[in-house]
Design a binder for this molecule. Structure first.
Ligand SMILES: [Zn+2]
Length: 143
């Protein structure tokens, strides 16, 4: 597992390679991204970033996220019914369950689902290159 400081340096290197100047606000955003283990939206990243550096604007956050997404460093999720959420792109493959009442995003991984998807694709004459699976649910009430 890569630690967050190392991850932050990786993000910085990716942006520098893309010809992006490393500014203080950008560095703060990268620090937040490197430390986060959840799926924040741009507003949430902005809120966390401002706590580190109050000169950061929401548009800086959006531009930085776009750059990182273009470089493949982060993944954007367009879950239904809300703003785009972001997560680090280097994690192990997983799918998402979205709680429609709270907006919470729960990660899960199922070998059975992965196998079934491969079977289905194969029977249709395809190899899967990439997939996204999103479940939308409501927490069961305990009775
Ligand atoms: Zn995830």
């Amino acid at each position: 597992m890569v630690d967050s400081a190392e991850k932050q340096r990786g993000y910085e290197a990716q942006l520098r390679d893309a010809g992006v100047r490393m500014t203080r606000p950008r560095r703060a955003i990268l620090k937040i991204l490197a430390e986060t283990a959840d799926h924040p939206d741009a507003m949430e990243i902005f809120r966390r970033a401002v706590a580190l550096d109050d000169s950061i604007s929401l548009s800086t956050v959006y531009r930085t996220m776009k750059l990182l997404e273009d470089k493949g460093a982060i993944q954007r999720h367009a879950f239904a019914g809300g703003p785009s959420r972001f997560e680090q792109a280097d994690g192990a493959h997983h799918d998402h369950l979205i709680d429609i009442d709270t907006g919470n995003v729960i990660e899960f991984q199922s070998d059975r689902i992965e196998e079934l998807q491969n079977e289905i694709a194969k029977s249709l004459g395809y190899d899967i290159v990439h997939h996204r699976l999103e479940l939308y649910g409501r927490k069961r009430r305990k009775r």
